[in-house]
Write a protein that binds this ligand. Structure first.
Ligand SMILES: Cc1cc2nc3c(=O)[nH]c(=O)nc-3n(C[C@H](O)[C@H](O)[C@H](O)COP(=O)(O)OP(=O)(O)OC[C@H]3O[C@@H](n4cnc5c(N)ncnc54)[C@H](O)[C@@H]3O)c2cc1C
Length: 319
C-alpha cells in the first residue's frame, strides 16, 4: 500500500452527491479523494437553471457545481477529473481503486456516486443522428435551433421544463409523449400547457429518425391506432429518463434489476465500508437536493465506519 495514494475515503463521481460527501468528509479532517470521469458537477452542468435548490433563488447548474467544487477543495478535498476507473477491489478492510492508466489508489472506505445518464429511444437512425439534430441536453444545444421547429420527447418534469426553456430559441415545440397524461409536477404541466409555442402529440412516439448528414424528419407512430406518419423536423430533444452509471459495479456490489445500487438507510451497500449516494441508488426521486442529502448521509456513515475501523485496529494492536 503506497501511503501517498492512500485515502481515508475515495468518492467515485463528482456530481452533487459526491461533492457533498467531499465537503462533509474534508471538513471533518477525513483525507478524501474524489475521482470523476466527466465534468465536475455531473448532470448539474447540463441544467441551464436550477430554481429549486433551497436558499438559492436561481442559479445555473454550472455555477452551482463550481461553488460545490470550490467548497470541497477549500476544506482540503482532492479532486481528480477526466479519469476512468478500470476496476475496484472492494472486499476487505483496504479497498482498491485502479484507473485505466494503471494508477492505483487505496482507501479505508469508498462512496459510490456515479449518477446516471440520459436514456435513449433506441430506434432506427438515433445513433447515427445524435449530435446532428438529436440532442439530450437543452442547455448545450438549444441555441442551435433558433427559429426552428423542434420536438421534445417525454412526459416527466425534465421534458416539460426543458420544452419551456427551448421556446426561448425554437419557433415551435411539439411535445411527443407515449401516454395520455404527464408524470410531472402540476406547475410544470400548467406552464407547458399555457405556452403559446408548445403543442402536444399524446399517446404517440418516434419510431424512426430520417436523414443522412443531419436530421431531416421523424416517423411518428400513433400508439392507439398503430398508424405511422413522417414529419419533417429540424431538431429532436429526448428526455425520457435515465440509466444508472453502474456498469463498472457489476458483480462488485448488489444492484437491483434496474442496475441501481441497493443501500440501507445509512447508504451502506452490500459490502462493508462501501457506501453509495445520489441518482445511482435505489430511490424514487432524483434531484440535486436528494443527491446532496444522500451524500451527507453517506459521508457521516463513512466517517463513523472509519472511526470504528481504526478503533478496532488499535484494540487488536494492544491485545
Ligand atoms: C437536463 C437535466 C435537468 C435537471 N434539472 C434539475 C433541476 O432543475 N433541479 C434538480 O434538483 N435536479 C435537476 N436534475 C437532476 C439532477 O441533476 C440530478 O438528480 C443530480 O445531478 C444527481 O446527482 P449525482 O451526484 O447522483 O449524479 P450526477 O450528477 O450524475 O454525477 C455523477 C458523476 O459521476 C461521474 N461518473 C460516472 N461513472 C463514473 C466512474 N465509473 N468513475 C468516475 N466517475 C464516474 C459522472 O461523470 C458524473 O460527473 C436535472 C437533470 C438533467 C439531466
Amino acid at each position: 500500500m503506497d501511503p501517498n495514494n492512500h485515502y481515508n475515503v475515495i468518492v467515485i463521481g463528482a456530481g452533487p452527491a459526491g461533492l457533498t460527501a467531499g465537503i462533509y468528509l474534508s471538513r471533518a479532517r477525513v483525507k478524501t479523494l474524489i475521482l470523476n470521469e466527466g465534468t465536475v458537477g455531473g448532470q448539474m452542468v447540463l441544467t441551464h437553471e436550477i430554481a429549486n435548490y433551497p436558499g438559492v433563488d436561481s442559479i445555473s447548474g454550472y455555477q452551482l457545481s463550481t461553488i460545490m467544487r470550490n467548497q470541497a477543495k477549500k476544506f482540503g478535498c482532492d479532486i481528480k477529473s477526466n479519469i476512468i476507473v478500470e476496476t475496484l477491489n472492494l472486499e476487505g478492510d483496504v479497498k482498491e481503486v485502479i484507473l485505466a492508466d494503471g494508477t492505483r489508489f487505496t482507501a479505508d472506505a469508498v462512496i459510490l456516486s456515479p449518477g446516471g445518464r440520459s436514456r435513449t429511444l433506441g430506434v432506427k437512425g438515433e445513433d447515427k443522428l445524435k449530435g446532428k439534430g438529436i440532442s439530450y441536453c437543452a442547455t448545450c444545444d438549444g441555441d442551435f435551433f433558433t427559429e426552428k421547429e423542434i420536438i421534445v420527447v417525454g412526459g416527466g418534469n425534465s421534458a416539460l421544463e426543458e420544452a419551456v426553456s427551448l421556446t426561448k430559441y425554437a419557433s415551435k415545440v411539439t411535445i411527443v409523449h407515449q401516454f395520455d397524461h404527464f408524470q410531472a409536477f402540476e406547475f410544470a404541466i400548467e406552464e407547458a400547457r399555457n405556452h403559446p409555442k408548445i403543442n402536444f402529440m399524446m399517446e404517440s412516439t418516434i419510431t424512426a429518425f430520417h436523414g443522412d448528414e443531419k436530421l431531416e424528419g421523424v416517423e411518428i407512430t400513433d400508439l392507439k391506432t398503430g398508424n405511422t406518419q413522417n414529419h419533417p423536423i429540424d431538431g429532436v430533444f429526448i428526455f425520457i429518463g435515465y440509466v444508472p452509471n453502474t456498469e463498472f459495479l457489476k458483480n462488485k456490489i448488489e444492484l437491483n434489476k434496474w442496475k441501481e445500487i441497493v443501500v440501507d438507510t445509512d447508504m451502506q451497500t452490500s459490502i462493508r465500508g462501501v457506501f453509495a449516494a445520489g441518482d445511482s441508488i435505489v430511490k424514487r426521486y432524483r434531484q440535486v437536493t436528494t443527491a446532496v442529502a444522500d451524500g451527507t448521509i453517506a459521508a457521516l456513515a463513512a466517517s463513523k465506519y472509519i472511526h470504528e475501523l481504526s478503533q478496532n485496529k488499535q484494540l487488536q494492536h494492544t491485545l
